[in-house]
Design a protein around this ligand. Sequence first.
Ligand SMILES: [Ca+2]
Length: 105
Amino acid sequence: MANFVIGTDISTDTPTIEVTLSTDNPLPIGRQRFRLVVIDDSGNSSIADELVVIIADVDAPTAVLSAPASVGLGRSFNLDGSKSFDVGGGKVVKYVWTYVGPDRG
Ligand SMILES: [Ca+2]
């Protein structure tokens, strides 16, 4: 487990390390670059190997639809999706509305 800070080296004597993150402490969405240099038992350093990890929002949003429970015949009314929300670092940016038809219960 390690809390990585940009530009700050972390040394271990083990060949793997956890990049410890949480929803309160995430890496930003996008391409994040990491570097490894290894050192042998004689103190010789390798050239660096680098790669990119893509941090992505992979969690689906939740749709929450509300509307008046009843409306007079021929009266306009609003459908409201404003209580919809996203998790995973993204945000809701599009609403797709459908009149499904008479409710057959
Ligand atoms: Ca999401």
